[in-house]
Design a protein around this ligand. Structure first.
Ligand SMILES: CC(=O)N[C@H]1[C@@H](OP(=O)(O)OP(=O)(O)OC[C@H]2O[C@@H](n3ccc(=O)[nH]c3=O)[C@H](O)[C@@H]2O)O[C@H](CO)[C@@H](O)[C@@H]1O
Length: 368
């Protein structure tokens, strides 16, 4: 008789911020011989192209109280209840060895079903402040794996700091040698999280264009902008004579980050993890409206280590930005020290550590 292949259900959805760490875990578990099923909604489905092909995809109804009109909000509990029923029926059949939630509403059906059916389960929280769904499940799972530390958790929660698992394409470039700014073509990477950030399109091009001539003549920019901002951003750079590649989403961020002398970014958890794993100086502008101000919390560790300069939105002007960009690109020694400090914050073992936790949970589940 052949042994049954262990099954992991990963429940994640919404933004890339939940999906990239989910992808990182899926990659490792497949390599460890597990069957992996991703339970996500239509928004999350946009990211499944990055997952290995052998991951099974199960699409759950989109349901959130946070977006959409009144009808959407009124129907959300029914969508969720339907999702829980469907997930429970499937789980009774498949008996997954472990269920892991990465946050977001689409993780509710699988986690609730796992809770009702007493399957081994955990959540991974990427941010320095628990998201709404993870907060609800924190004490209803066996363990909370934390991407950012320190974090505040409900009393009685079992928690482990594992870091934020990054995709294999990022890990391949872990600690890639940093070429300090100098008198040769330098690269600046501007990323606004998985969706792009309007504020970076409003501020960064003008700040770059106002850099001292000695820096400006050597700079080229990769700038991720929201679809609706692409034209004006590209036109501005072209008008200022700056070599710029402006796109709504770069599929090759790991390469562009490796080549960059400076990264300008929002403070989303995976963006910070990428910067820390590859080891690049960063200017971070936390999204002020993020729930619980979690992006400010995310940025704290990297900034305290000296790997990043944090500019709160309330202090962000073209002048402040130009000064900080100029300070990094004009100081090769300081920039190299920042790159080194960023690297010291990286947790390249996060995917393996998380995978070990999944296997431990599965073993405990079998003994019960
Ligand atoms: C606005 C908002 O609420 N954002 C949240 C969302 O972040 P968001 O979805 O923006 O995601 P993150 O910053 O965590 O990750 C973005 C990922 O996309 C990659 N990338 C980015 C641009 C690009 O062109 N190509 C590319 O591959 C980055 O390298 C990174 O790996 O979920 C995160 C994790 O819960 C939170 O920390 C963020 O606060």
């Amino acid at each position: 008789m052949t042994a049954r292949q262990p099954l992991l259900i990963i429940a994640a959805g919404g933004t890339g911020g939940h999906m990239f760490p989910a992808q990182a875990l899926a990659e490792v578990m497949l390599r460890r011989g597990w069957r992996v099923r991703l339970s996500t909604d239509a928004r999350g489905a946009r990211y499944v192209g990055g997952f290995p092909h052998s991951v099974e995809i199960e699409q759950v109804a989109s349901a959130t109280f946070a977006r959409g009109g009144l009808l959407n909000k009124l129907l959300a509990p029914f969508h969720i209840a339907g999702g829980v029923l469907g997930a429970s029926l499937r789980m009774m059949q498949d008996k997954p060895d472990v269920v892991v939630g990465f946050g977001g509403y689409p993780s509710i059906p699988a986690l609730t079903a796992a809770w009702l059916l007493r399957r081994p389960r955990m959540v991974h929280e990427q941010n320095g402040v628990l998201g709404r769904v993870n907060r609800f499940f924190a004490r209803r799972v066996d363990v909370v794996a934390c991407g950012t530390w320190p974090t505040t958790l409900p009393e009685g929660t079992q928690a482990v700091h594992v870091g934020n698992p990054v995709r294999a394409a990022v890990l391949e470039r872990a600690g890639a040698g940093y070429i300090a700014p100098g008198d040769y073509p330098m690269s600046v990477l501007v990323i606004g999280g998985s969706q792009g950030a309007r504020i970076l399109s409003d501020m960064v091009p003008a700040a770059v264009a106002a850099l001292p001539e000695a820096i400006l003549r050597n700079v080229r920019v990769s700038h991720q902008a929201r679809e609706e901002d692409i034209n004006r951003v590209a036109r501005f750079y072209a008008g200022a004579g700056i070599d710029a590649d402006v796109q709504p989403f770069f599929r090759d961020v790991p390469r562009r980050m490796t080549e960059a002398q400076l990264v300008i970014s929002r403070a989303g958890a995976s963006s910070i993890a990428d910067v820390s794993i590859i080891g690049r100086p960063a200017i971070l502008i936390p999204y002020a409206a993020a729930a619980g101000d979690h992006q400010a919390a995310n940025a704290r560790g990297l900034a305290a280590a000296g790997g990043a300069i944090v500019i709160p939105e309330s202090r962000l002007t073209e002048t402040v930005l130009r000064e900080q960009i100029g300070a990094v690109l004009g100081d090769p020694t300081g920039a190299s020290m920042m790159a080194q400090a960023a690297l010291s914050c990286g947790m390249p073992d996060a995917p393996q550590h998380l995978a070990d936790m999944v296997e431990d949970l599965a073993n405990k589940g079998q003994k019960q």
